[in-house]
Design a protein around this ligand. Structure first.
Ligand code: NAP
Length: 242
């Protein structure tokens, strides 16, 4: 049984991706930062339908925690075959109002964390000449968002990281793609008012916001053999809003 690691899969898009990958037959490492009970609930849901899952705590911006987590995953579930770099945090506000520390910590999670996880997953993938990496960007990384400048820059960086890494790792049998969601109904958007949500729905050609499953199913497709000739791509899951 192959193993998939989904960072930030205690909730939202990551949790949906973890369940879809478990349905495809992967043993899933459910990573979380602080919501242990939520991560355990995702694992229980997967086990209840006959899948394999285990929760692993680590802050993806903490190198020592990542070393520990990758070693624990290898011992408990085996080498990582599919890495989904999903964990992320948003920040809404003007750039000049952010402290230097806030800028650094947002970048550490949204951009550096994906690189730190990938660096740790890749050696075993190269050894097996087999692996899939799926990075989660955002439509704001494609077009930029006012009041989310650092977040947008990190997500644009994730797109560049994906394209470059696909070229670097293609000859080693590793595919690297990026999923770029639009507005998705998760805790990340819990501060949006009903009025804002209905305005966003009206602006979207498909007249709704997305669900975590919309994105999770796209992630599972990219991980599957059906996507075996797809690498270096940005797949937008946004209802046509951009
Ligand atoms: P969410 O519901 O807020 O969940 C965030 C997940 O990331 C949680 O599992 C959280 O763990 C984990 N996490 C946060 N910081 C972490 C860290 N430092 N180390 C490890 N895990 C960490 O978010 P979401 O909406 O599902 O977003 C998932 C990804 O999609 C993010 O990269 C986000 O930028 C991107 N995205 C989301 C939307 C959207 O509209 N929702 C749109 C475009 C892109 P805990 O539960 O332990 O806190």
């Amino acid at each position: 049984m192959k193993t998939a690691l989904v960072t930030g899969s205690s909730r939202g898009i990551g949790a949906a991706a973890a369940k879809e990958l478990a349905r495809l037959g992967y043993a899933v490492a459910v990573n979380y930062k602080s919501h242990c009970e939520a991560a355990e609930a995702v694992c229980k849901e997967i086990r209840d339908f006959g899948g394999v899952a285990e929760a692993f705590q680590a802050d993806i911006s903490d190198t020592e925690a990542l070393d520990r987590m990758f070693s624990e995953i290898k011992t408990d579930l085996g080498e990582v075959s599919v890495l989904v770099n999903n964990a992320g945090v948003s920040y809404i506000g003007l750039l000049q109002d952010m402290s230097d520390e806030e800028i650094k910590s947002l970048s550490d999670v949204n951009l550096l964390g994906a690189m730190l996880c990938t660096k740790r997953a890749v050696p075993d993938m190269i050894k097996r000449h087999d692996g899939v990496i799926i990075n989660i960007a955002s439509m704001w990384g494609e077009v930029g968002a006012s009041c989310e400048v650092v977040y947008s820059a990190c997500k644009a960086g994730i797109i560049g990281f994906t394209k470059a890494l696909a070229k670097e790792l293609g000859p080693s049998g590793i595919r690297v793609n990026c999923v770029s969601p639009g507005v998705i109904d998760t805790d990340m958007n819990s501060e949006l008012t009903d009025k804002t949500i209905s305005e966003l729905c009206e602006e979207t050609p498909l007249l709704r916001i997305g669900t975590p499953a919309d994105v999770g199913k796209t992630i599972a497709f990219l991980a599957s053999e059906e996507a075996s000739f797809i690498t270096g791509q940005v797949i937008s899951v946004n209802g046509g809003i951009i």
